[in-house]
Design a protein. Structure first.
Length: 94
């Protein structure tokens, strides 16, 4: 899809953590939109903790530490967007 990537994930209960050391290795600022299709997940980003049910949506940014916990086995849909592409349509996404 050009600069935008569409990702479908299938996961058992698991946790993904992006630490300061992971963030330090990233050279492009990107935004990740994640929506559970089946199951539930928790997200911690920018000091905000949220629990998402099926159909909810969360946005995280690649240059900040974050944690995503797949609380139950689930299917999720993700969209990875370069930050400059997103801000052409949404000037201040924060």
């Amino acid at each position: 899809m050009g600069d935008v990537s569409l990702i479908k994930t299938f996961s058992k209960a698991a946790e993904i953590e992006r630490t300061d050391s992971h963030v330090g290795q990233i050279d492009e600022r990107r935004v990740f939109l994640l929506m559970p299709l089946h199951g539930r997940l928790s997200s911690s980003h920018y000091g905000h903790d949220v629990t998402l049910e099926e159909g909810d949506l969360v946005m995280t940014e690649s240059l900040m530490p974050s944690r995503t916990s797949f609380c139950t086995p689930n299917d999720s849909l993700g969209i990875l967007i370069p930050y400059d592409v997103l801000t052409r349509h949404i000037p201040d996404p924060e």
